[in-house]
Design a protein around this ligand. Structure first.
Ligand code: PGA
Length: 251
């Protein structure tokens, strides 16, 4: 069976002290997860929280972003090399907030995917459509373009390390979750696209996570869908009880 994953994206929340408390509480409440638990705190706490996670099986550290260049005069930016050197195993790439607020385009995201993989980290690549695209019923084509432009240049060997997160933008932080049927349909469509490019075996092994107002109440139904392999969790990852319930919902 392919990997099941719950990843918590803390975004720009929590102080160091609060982050340590939250991590402690999560480590206490999550017992024997049925998959991988990935935590993506803000950059300044990666090292500290990574040490706490490292001692526990199934727990992994992620960054929320990285710069697309290897190094150089990019004041304020953080490279994939730096992230790998503080223990990150995963990097979230192409989150819709990065696309929207920081104008990250598909070609830049492809470069970020490349530098992450070159430093031995697994990209959690986010895709997903805005509301008007969903309403026009062109969401599958829209997501297909995102995948083609930023992921499908990869060699099979590299693609096998990628985790895809489908996050309809209209569902992120809005409390408006995709129905389990909408999620399943899109995840299945994504798996078909991957299969056309890399073959059925690779497609069957690619974890595809759902993100967008996934919470303690709806996680079990979403994760029960055959092509939903876990979730990328924003708001609900900031509360240990909710996050632990979501992890427990993995099939
Ligand atoms: P949300 O965010 O769970 O708060 O909707 C999900 C995400 O942005 O990854």
């Amino acid at each position: 069976m392919r990997q099941q994953i719950v990843a918590g994206n803390w975004k720009m929340n929590k102080t160091l002290e609060e982050g340590i408390d939250l991590t402690k509480a999560i480590l206490e409440k999550v017992e024997k997860p049925n998959g991988l638990v990935v935590i993506a705190p803000p950059y300044p706490y990666l090292r500290e929280l990574g040490k706490m996670l490292k001692v526990r099986k199934h727990f992994h550290l992620a960054a929320q972003n990285c710069h697309e260049e290897e190094k150089g005069a990019y004041t304020g930016e953080v490279s994939a090399d730096m992230l790998a050197s503080v223990g990150c195993e995963f990097v979230i790439i192409g989150h819709s907030e990065r696309r929207q607020y920081f104008k990250e385009k598909n070609d830049v995201l492809a470069a970020k995917v490349n530098v992450s993989l070159a430093r031995g980290m697994r990209p959690i690549f986010c895709c997903g459509e805005p509301l008007h695209i969903r309403e026009a019923d062109t969401h599958v084509g829209y997501v297909a373009k995102q995948l083609k432009a930023s992921l499908f240049h990869l060699k099979e060997e590299d693609f096998r390390k990628v985790v895809i997160a489908y996050e309809p933008i209209w569902a992120i932080g809005t409390g408006r979750t995709a129905t389990s049927l909408q999620a399943q349909e899109m995840h299945q469509a994504i798996r078909v696209l991957v299969s056309k490019k890399y073959g059925k075996i690779v497609a069957d092994e690619t974890p595809i996570l759902y993100g967008g107002s996934c919470n303690a109440q709806n996680a079990a139904e979403l994760f029960a869908q055959p092509d939903v392999d876990g979730g990328l969790i924003g708001g609900a990852s900031l509360k240990a009880d909710d996050f632990a319930t979501i992890v427990a919902a993995l099939k």
